[in-house]
Design a protein around this ligand. Structure first.
Ligand code: GLY
Length: 255
């Protein structure tokens, strides 16, 4: 394993054109273009120093490239999530053996709890977990049991129009950059809140690795805010994933 960690990723199959999405351009998703963009994304993760493990596409599961939603990892243990979207629940069992090769110790969220990794962000010894259409109170309680005693969980609300907490914010060092609708909550106390323009909120779904940030291309104002916070920014075109309501963090599980 490299110094900076591991990333598990799964490229999209042709069925990615049927991914869940509320995006106005969802009917124009091009799976082949998405696979090329996913290749560039993987290369960018490798350049940031991550060991990247690429799993095979799964045609049965259109959203299965969004592996971040499937597990939450803490200190060599993993909590297998139970997605709130029923069509995504089978993704977890498919992913479990691959995850266990990297993180052998796993626990599982059970019904009626639902939680998706896109609603959870870790800041030092704190998980911030957003209640959303995909993550319910029981799911957050399951995360609390899993995290104790290594980390605590604070609750936030995922507000319209965001699918997940990470759909509209990102953390880089001590800064949380995002939509005011999300970051203006007590859960983010202690972080420097940096409000992003609402029209670029989706650009705040970025991956931070050390002093580097990997962003989707096309969000110049967010890029400037992240650079002003002291981070090197790298961009990759992820237009096809944006159309499927996804972004850079959704596409990898970082271990
Ligand atoms: N298309 C990503 C999701 O709905 O979970």
């Amino acid at each position: 394993m490299s110094r900076l960690g591991w990333a598990l990723v799964r490229p999209p199959g042709d069925s990615f054109a049927q991914a869940l999405s509320e995006h106005p351009e969802r009917d124009t998703i091009d799976p082949e273009r998405a696979r090329a963009q996913h290749g560039a994304y993987r290369e960018a993760l490798m350049r940031l120093g991550l060991e990247v493990t690429t799993l095979p596409p799964d045609e049965e599961l259109p959203d299965s490239c969004f592996v971040q939603d499937l597990a939450i990892v803490l200190n060599g243990r993993a909590l297998l999530c139970r997605p709130g979207a029923p069509s995504r629940q089978p993704e977890v069992s498919v992913f479990e053996p691959d995850l266990r090769r990297v993180v052998p110790s796993t626990d599982r969220v059970r019904a009626p709890a639902t939680i998706e990794g896109g609603d959870v962000i870790r800041v030092d010894d704190r998980f911030i977990a957003g209640r959303s259409d995909r993550t319910n109170d029981e799911g957050i309680a399951a995360l609390e049991r899993f995290a104790a005693p290594d980390a605590r969980v604070v609750r936030a609300e995922v507000r319209e129009p965001f699918l997940h907490l990470l759909s509209g914010l990102g953390v880089a060092g001590d800064a949380v950059v995002g939509s005011e609708a999300l970051i203006d909550q007590a859960a983010f106390d202690g972080l420097d809140r940096v409000a992003a323009p609402e029209e670029e909120a989706a650009g705040c779904n970025f991956v931070t690795v050390g002093d580097d940030v990997l962003m989707a291309a096309g969000y110049g104002k967010v890029r400037s805010l992240v650079e002003a916070a002291g981070f090197r920014v790298h961009e990759v075109d992820l237009s096809e994933f944006t159309k499927a309501d996804g972004g850079p963090t959704c596409l990898s599980l970082l271990v």
